[in-house]
Design a protein around this ligand. Structure first.
Ligand code: NAP
Length: 243
C-alpha cells in the first residue's frame, strides 16, 4: 500500500493499518517540505517521484496494490499526479479527504478563490492579520506594507515576507485557549486561513468568532474527478482491507 501523506489523516491511516492483525506492507510518502516530520508507523519515503510518470514507475517497481491520496486539500498537483499515475498503471486509488469546515452562527467568513485574491481583499477587512496559510503562502501578501502580520508556520519562511511580519513557528494541533490568547495579545483584527478542514487547526475559527473578527477563507482548489473518496482514516482503512 502507498499512502501519499503529509497530513494528520495520513498518519492516522498508517496507525490504523499498523494496529490491524493482517500483514499489509504500508509505505507513507512525504514531500520533504518539513524539516522534522512526524513519522508514521510502517515505511516512509521522502521526496517527489518526478511527476506522474515517476510515480507510475514507482508503483510498478514496488508492486503496489492500492494507493491512498491522503495529501492536504491544497496539495493539488500531487492529487492530479496520483490520479494520472494510477490510471496509467491500473492501480486502485482512494482519496482520503477531510470534510471542509462549515460556518457557525456568528461567523463572518469571506470566501476567496486564491491566496492572491485573499491579499487583494485583506486591506478592506483589517490591519492586523493572523496569517495561517503556511510559509509558502506568505509571498502572496509580501506587497502589503500597510498590514501587520502574525505569520504562523511549521518551519521558518524562506519566501519574501510582508514588511511588518512577526513569524510564529508552531505545529498543530492548536487549542482554543491558545488561539484566543494569540488574537488578544497581538490585537488581531482579521484571520486568514485556507479552507483546510480537520480538527487540528479548527480552534482558530472559534476564537475568531468569539473575538468578532472577520475570517478570509481561501477555498479549496479543484480535485481530479472519478476518484472514490473516504472522509476518515477508518473509512480508508476499510477500503484497503480487500487488497
Ligand atoms: P503539491 O503542490 O501538490 O505537490 C508539488 C510536488 O511535491 C508534487 O508534484 C510532488 O513532486 C511532490 N509531492 C507532494 N506531495 C508529496 C508526497 N506526499 N510524497 C511525495 N512527493 C510529494 O503539494 P504541496 O502543496 O507542495 O504539499 C506538499 C506536501 O505537504 C504534501 O504531502 C501535503 O500533504 C503537505 N501539506 C501541504 C499543505 C498545503 O497547504 N499545500 C498543508 C499541509 C501539508 P513530484 O511531481 O516530483 O512527485
Amino acid at each position: 500500500m502507498l499512502i501519499l501523506g503529509g497530513t494528520t489523516e495520513a498518519r492516522h491511516l498508517a496507525e490504523a493499518l499498523a494496529a490491524q492483525p493482517h500483514r499489509l506492507h504500508v509505505t507513507t510518502s512525504l514531500a520533504g517540505r518539513v524539516t522534522h516530520p512526524t513519522r508514521p508507523p510502517g515505511d516512509t519515503r521522502i521526496g517527489g517521484f518526478g511527476g506522474p510518470d515517476g510515480l507510475a514507475d514507482w508503483l510498478r517497481a514496488h508492486a503496489v496494490d492500492a494507493v491512498v491520496d491522503a495529501t492536504h486539500p491544497f496539495a493539488e498537483r500531487m492529487s492530479f499526479n496520483a490520479a494520472a499515475a494510477c490510471a496509467a498503471t491500473g492501480v486502485p486509488l482512494l482519496a482520503l479527504r477531510r470534510p471542509a469546515w462549515t460556518p457557525s452562527p456568528g461567523d463572518d467568513w469571506h470566501h476567496v478563490p486564491t491566496l492572491a485574491a485573499a491579499a487583494a481583499a485583506l486591506p478592506a477587512l483589517g490591519r492586523r492579520a493572523f496569517l495561517t496559510t503556511g510559509r509558502t503562502g506568505l509571498a502572496a501578501f509580501a506587497h502589503l506594507d500597510g498590514t501587520w502580520f502574525l505569520a504562523r508556520s511549521v518551519d521558518a519562511p524562506t519566501a519574501p515576507a510582508p514588511r511588518h511580519t512577526e513569524v510564529l513557528l508552531a505545529r498543530g494541533p492548536f487549542t482554543l485557549d491558545g488561539e484566543r490568547e494569540l488574537i488578544r495579545e497581538h490585537r488581531i483584527d482579521v484571520l486568514v486561513t485556507k479552507a483546510s478542514g480537520g480538527s487540528a487547526t479548527a480552534p482558530k475559527l472559534a476564537a475568531a468568532r468569539e473575538a468578532g473578527i472577520p475570517v478570509l477563507v481561501v477555498d479549496r482548489p479543484p480535485v481530479p474527478g472519478g476518484v472514490p473518496v473516504a472522509a476518515s482514516a477508518e473509512a480508508a482503512a476499510s477500503w484497503l482491507l480487500p487488497y
